[in-house]
Design a protein around this ligand. Sequence first.
Ligand SMILES: C[S@@+](CC[C@H](N)C(=O)[O-])C[C@H]1O[C@@H](n2cnc3c(N)ncnc32)[C@H](O)[C@@H]1O
Length: 368
Amino acid sequence: MNLTPLEALRRQYERFPYPPIPFLALPRRGQGADLRYSGPKAAPRILVAGCGTLETVVVAQAHPDASEVVAVDLSAESVAISRRRLSWMRVARPWRKLPRVRFEVGNVSSLDLGEFDFVLASNILHHNSDPSHLLKTLAGKLKPHGLMRVVTYPKGSRYWMRETSRWLKARGLKAESEALVRESRRAIRELPIGNPLRSCFESQPETRTRAGLVDAFFNACENPLSPLEWERASVEAGLKLIREGQDENSRSDFLDDFLGDAEALSPWEKLQVLDDTWELCANPVFWFEKTDEAHAKDRARTTESSESLATQLRRAEKILTQAGKTLAEYQSWLRKAAGPRVNPRTPDELLRGLSLVEYDLAELKARD
Ligand SMILES: C[S@@+](CC[C@H](N)C(=O)[O-])C[C@H]1O[C@@H](n2cnc3c(N)ncnc32)[C@H](O)[C@@H]1O
């Protein structure tokens, strides 16, 4: 049976709601401070697009004075778990003030939900076949000067995730396998320590559960945009980038030390260099304001459609040239500023093969 990408995605999250944690698990005190609305409205109306099983409660806890939180997901099971978690939170923490919460099941693009002061789209856009279109639809639900917080996968920096996914699938592993956790582990351990596919797999906390593995390596639809594609999509949606919320080493201003002149490249160009060279290790967190101004329409560009590694490196090199720098200079700066990847769970352990600093650039550029 041929399913549309959205229907395949719905079925996946119906079967494997995300994150896969029991409904009794409640957010820690203060969790969600980084996603708090910072606009002028005292009682904002908030949309949680693609809420999954946990985010609604985190958002509700962080916004006790919201006029309403509307949480939407394609997956009825994810919404049912969210509802149970919220009810449990009201019982377990009766002293905590929570706003009114309304749940909806369906495609957030096609539901008429009214207008919002704040839209959160965490880890949803890249699971849709046209992320730019979804961004535009969500921007259409924002009031003027409303805020949107987007968390998304990087495109180029997930190079090894895609290679590992391809390798696991080529070994015959499938989301349908009941023993996916055991079988994936057994397969990956046949590779020598230091093999980048094994390093990549071992860097993922998601590999402990089947739902986590499905989300990370066997997803029905994974389609992230590159930073320059985000630039174009946001301009077309009338959104202006106002802040980045991810870890410092994955933010555009991480490059300023190397460039010497912070204005030499735009934030999107800096992010593109980092992404093309696998350095967006933390998922980008973009804060947008709805402006509807033609603020950067002339500058919006398309990226090349082919995204081979050689293409990525050529693009990074071209952008760096505009700032008077070479890719080789960037690589040697990166060696000192970031170094090879370490395991986030055991920081003394190096994860070999995942960083550009370990490779011969000429050899990489000739690879495909
Ligand atoms: C990876 S989960 C993220 C869940 C949650 N936002 C979080 O960050 O923990 C993606 C969720 O988005 C939902 N989703 C994806 N596309 C959607 C759409 N167009 N409309 C509604 N929900 C969608 C999926 O069903 C899934 O529950």
